[in-house]
Ligand binder design. Structure first.
Ligand code: PLP
Length: 453
């Protein structure tokens, strides 16, 4: 391989020649940022510019960049046992499954994969097969929410409720239905947040009943819709959704791909609401994204329905070569230790509250319709008109993001260009961010919004 060194012009040229990027189209006039190193919450690009990563990559570098301990954990494991399939077993997977069970405060068994999408695919297959195993042969449908994102593979994309990610690839997998999320900011006039959340949960029960109770396998939700615009439900919503699922024999799958591993201020997002999911999917913060790894945690008695079946069709006929790679598992274990030793779960809660309090003044800004937070996930909803709540133009949202970047801060946004919702600025910095990092975020976003906007 030819070394490109730090010659940014040549690197951009080669990038344009050989790389197909995720989502964003680039060209030589509008090139991608080429990162070369990172430490703590800061990333350095090929020209030596430093940026505070206010999105932890894609909501995933929970313990921050530059952790030697994580590299060492993977290195040592690669030397002793770099690979063995989980058609059999190895010690790092066993140890990590036990540790995850402790974090989940429940009786779960763990199936490992490589990405959040795959963790959700495994969950869908487990849910469908489980319903078969217990004699519920028609239960194949899933109910998810509009604005939720569950991954890019065909099943996970089918569960996703964002039109722009789907419409060029349809028809997708059958059997996925969607209901509106509890977007309290846009609730009808005269309705309390609690009433609106109960009504939103009722939409799930109505769909189950209209579809035919005996045809529905599971409901899948994030505890809080993150990438879809930081839509935070009221406690009554989660309580009611759990109650509805139990009443109708429908499994409750909670997607913790973003909300897990301290991001929400608790170990897992659902723990903030006290619900007990049947299946939990996780990825991203599991390894703080240092290596690919994901997991599908399944309530023990659901797993037992697969184990007890004596014919050859009873077990879960699902395999992936790399899932639960020993080095990724060893690294994940060390990652969880860092989260515990440095009290980063509690820190996420503290930092999230600091950001929320620091941004409160911005509610007076003409563009800011609402500010929502869940642990260290912040959403600032921009509107063109505070009365009609019409979403701000995409050009405005992009302009603000670009100005933050020019001042050294990377922030994100939700995206559904087709449905017209791409107006929520998002922040999810590393849980290890310093107080100075948090102040930099507050100062930069405030200065940009109070500047030319
Ligand atoms: N679920 C949620 C809530 C996500 O945000 C994502 C990715 O952003 C996924 C699933 C898919 O994860 P992956 O990109 O690792 O496949």
């Amino acid at each position: 391989m030819q070394s490109l060194g730090n010659d940014s012009e040549r690197a951009i040229q080669k990038d344009q020649q050989y790389l197909w990027h995720n989502i964003t189209p680039y060209n030589e006039k509008n090139p991608p940022m080429i990162a070369v190193e990172a430490s703590g919450s800061w990333v350095t690009d090929i020209d030596g510019n430093k940026f505070l990563d206010g999105m932890s990559g894609l909501w995933c570098v929970n313990v921050g960049y530059g952790r030697k301990e994580l590299a060492e954990a993977a290195y040592n494991q690669l030397l002793s046992l770099p690979y063995f399939p989980l058609t059999q077993s190895h010690m790092p997977a066993i140890a990590l499954a036990e540790k995850l069970n402790e974090w989940l405060e429940g009786d779960y068994v763990i199936f490992f994969s490589n990405s959040g999408s795959e963790a959700n695919e495994a969950a869908f297959k487990i849910a469908r097969q489980y319903q078969q195993q217990i004699g519920q042969h028609y239960r194949h449908k899933f109910i998810a929410r509009y604005r939720g994102y569950h991954g890019s593979s065909l099943g996970a994309l089918s569960a996703t409720g964002q039109a722009q990610r789907k419409y060029k690839y349809e028809p997708l997998s059958g059997g996925f239905l969607h209901v509106a999320p509890p977007d309290s900011y846009r609730r009808p006039a005269g309705m309390t947040v609690e009433e609106f959340n109960l009504q939103s949960a009722q939409a799930i029960e109505d769909t189950i009943v209209w579809e035919g109770v005996e045809t529905v396998a599971a409901v899948i939700i994030e505890p809080v819709i993150t990438g879809g615009g930081v839509i935070v439900p009221h406690q009554v919503y989660l309580d009611r959704v759990q109650e509805i699922c139990r009443k109708h024999g429908v499994l409750l799958i909670i997607d913790e791909v973003i909300c897990g591993f301290g991001r929400s201020g608790r170990k897992f997002g659902h723990q903030n609401f006290g619900v007990k999911p049947d299946i939990i999917t996780m990825a991203k913060g599991l390894t703080s994204a240092y290596l690919p790894l994901s997991a599908t945690a399944v309530r023990k008695d659901i797993y037992e329905a697969f184990k007890d079946n004596s014919d050859d069709y009873g077990h879960f006929r699902h395999v992936n070569t790399f899932g639960g790679n020993p080095a990724a598992c060893a690294l994940a274990l060390r990652n969880l230790e860092i989260l515990e030793q440095e009290n980063l779960v509690e820190r996420a809660d503290i930092l999230g509250k600091k950001l929320t309090a620091g941004f409160a003044e911005l509610l007076n800004h003409k563009l800011v319709g609402d500010i929502r937070s869940f642990g260290l996930v912040i959403g600032i909803e921009l509107v063109a008109d505070k009365v009609t709540k019409q979403p701000a133009d995409l050009a405005v949202v992009k302009g603000i993001i670009a100005e933050c970047k020019a001042k050294g801060l990377i922030i994100g946004k939700n995206g559904d260009t087709v449905a017209g919702f791409n107006n929520v600025l998002t922040l999810a910095p590393p849980l290890s961010s310093t107080d100075a990092d948090i102040q930099f975020i507050l100062d930069t976003v405030t200065a940009v919004l109070n500047g030319s906007w």
